[in-house]
Design a protein around this ligand. Structure first.
Ligand code: ADP
Ligand code: MG
Ligand code: ZN
Length: 479
């Protein structure tokens, strides 16, 4: 049996974050009562005319630019004709032969290895409505989504494993969120993916016949569905069979893919140019102003954090996962310019209790609080251990760390006289250990320091205590 190489190309539909639809003023708000966000345009009533949403165009250009695509100064909207109850006009307005952008790329990272996947094209289109089955034994149609602006990002067949496909999707989603184009919500359908999968004998250059897995709504399922499909195709070829070009669905409960339709019944969409919309002209100013909004992509920021701030690769990757993480970190490090220490706190403490929803993130503390806390530790005013306690006390409050330290009397004791009295007391109370130390068991120093820390509730300056004990126990001074 030959060994096979999987080939995967993804088509992603991402909703643009506009308040109104692509060609009419209807709201795009999710979860409204069925058919409340509709008008003659998105209902496809005769005589109504589409008008392009300028904000949608800007966001689409921003996304294509971030993916390194070439923006076409002139492109064409087309009608994609098919009959389905959720499509009131009988066609979807999309772009076909002349999309507004072509040829981009996405850098992905799998198991620490960087790879580049090609982007074939990005085009704009409108979403369809939704059939709701089982309403009183019937099916109903909700057209709230009809006409919602989408971009379709068509990827080249460049991915070679389900892990690469998952990484591609995750990277793409993070990027779109980062530039404010999409909210990345797979459950609500604002980020959807179709996976095209084929296999070929290892070493072969020719593409195998592909199947298309439709609308899989979680990253975990995408990866599993692709693996299942790769195995299914492999078994067919091993048995001497041929792959049928099909559209298939994936059922997470059975972990199997099943035929939806075969190529024989594939649609002939009879695309033709949309006569109600003029050719789309995108001028340089628009492209320039959108490019300016994405001056720094996560990848560039990451490189900067590593090279200029001295963060570890891992720290930089995590901090650039969300634009709000970046904002938080940047704000905190501007208030106290010790980026490595700030990053450490953000990564280990702050993000643990941070809740992300789409473009926003809710942090347990503010950048000001983190900066002040790190300053207190750095200046030796409180110990690292005390800082954790302070952190737990300021979480969810607007209290300043300094105020909490005062309130609790947590300041590190660095008064030498006070500490010397304390240490002498400890040595007197532990004559036996002191004698052993002087006889050479210097490892007992830790025991003494531990006593001092215990007695002061952890607030003694450990460095100072260490020095004092060494001096007293060294025998040069009587206890
Ligand atoms: P459509 O799905 O509308 O027929 P295309 O033929 O352009 O459109 O292909 C769409 C997607 O299928 C692209 O993402 C592309 O990378 C992927 N693709 C095309 N051929 C193959 C193949 N043999 N194996 C895997 N993916 C493929
Ligand atoms: Mg397709
Ligand atoms: Zn409308």
């Amino acid at each position: 049996m030959p060994e096979y190489e999987p080939v995967i190309g993804l088509e992603v539909h991402a909703q643009l974050l506009t308040r109104s639809k692509l060609f009419c003023p209807c709201s795009t708000e999710f979860g409204k009562s069925p058919n409340s966000n509709v008008c003659p345009v998105c209902l496809g009533l005769p005589g109504s005319l589409p008008v392009l949403n300028a904000k949608a165009l800007r966001l689409a250009v921003r996304a294509a630019t971030a993916l390194g695509c070439t923006i076409q100064s002139r492109s064409i909207f087309a009608r994609k004709n098919y009959f389905y109850p959720d499509l009131p006009k009988g066609y979807q307005i999309s772009q076909y032969e002349e999309p507004f952008s072509t040829r981009g790329k996405l850098d992905i990272r799998v198991d620490g290895v960087e790879r580049t996947a090609g982007i074939t094209r990005v085009h704009m289109e409108e979403d369809a409505g939704k059939n709701v089955h089982g309403v009183g034994g019937d099916s109903s149609v909700d057209l709230n989504r009809a006409g919602v602006p989408l971009i379709e990002i068509v990827g080249d067949p460049d991915l070679r494993s389900s892990a690469e496909a998952a990484a591609y999707l995750k990277t793409l989603r993070d990027l779109l969120i980062f530039i404010g184009v999409n909210d990345g919500n797979l459950e609500e359908g604002s980020f959807r993916c179709d996976a095209n999968v084929s296999i070929r004998p290892k070493g072969s250059e020719e593409l195998g016949t592909r199947t298309e897995l439709k609308n899989i709504n979680s990253f975990r399922f995408v990866q599993r569905a692709i693996d299942v499909e790769i195995a299914r195709q492999g078994a067919i070829l091993d048995a001497g069979g041929k792959i049928d070009q099909q559209t298939r669905s994936y059922d997470p409960d059975t972990n199997k893919t099943a035929t939806l339709r075969s190529k024989e019944d594939a649609h002939d969409y009879r695309y033709f140019p949309e006569p109600d919309l003029p050719p789309l002209v995108i001028d340089d100013d628009l492209v320039r102003s959108e490019r300016a909004k994405i001056a720094k992509l996560p990848q560039e920021l990451r490189a900067e954090y590593v090279a200029e701030l001295g963060l570890s690769e891992q720290a930089a990757v995590t901090l650039t996962q969300h634009p709000e993480y970046v904002r938080f970190f940047d704000e905190a490090r501007q208030l106290f310019p010790e980026p490595v220490k700030i990053a450490n706190w953000v990564l280990t403490e702050v993000l643990r209790d941070t809740h992300v929803r789409g473009l926003s993130a809710e942090f347990p503390v503010s950048p000001e609080q983190v900066a002040e806390l790190v300053r207190l530790v750095s200046g030796g005013e409180i110990s690292g251990k005390q800082a954790k306690v302070v952190f737990s006390l300021i979480q969810g409050t607007s209290k300043s760390p300094g105020a909490v330290v005062e309130e609790r009397g947590m300041r590190v004791v660095s008064d030498e006289g006070e500490l010397e009295a304390l240490c002498s007391g400890i040595v007197r109370a532990n004559e036996k250990q002191a004698a052993m130390y002087r006889a050479g068991k210097t490892g007992l120093l830790g025991y003494f320091v531990g006593q001092a820390m215990k007695k002061t509730g952890g607030s003694a300056n450990p460095k100072l205590v260490n020095q004092i004990f060494q001096r007293i126990l060294g025998g040069s001074e009587p206890a």
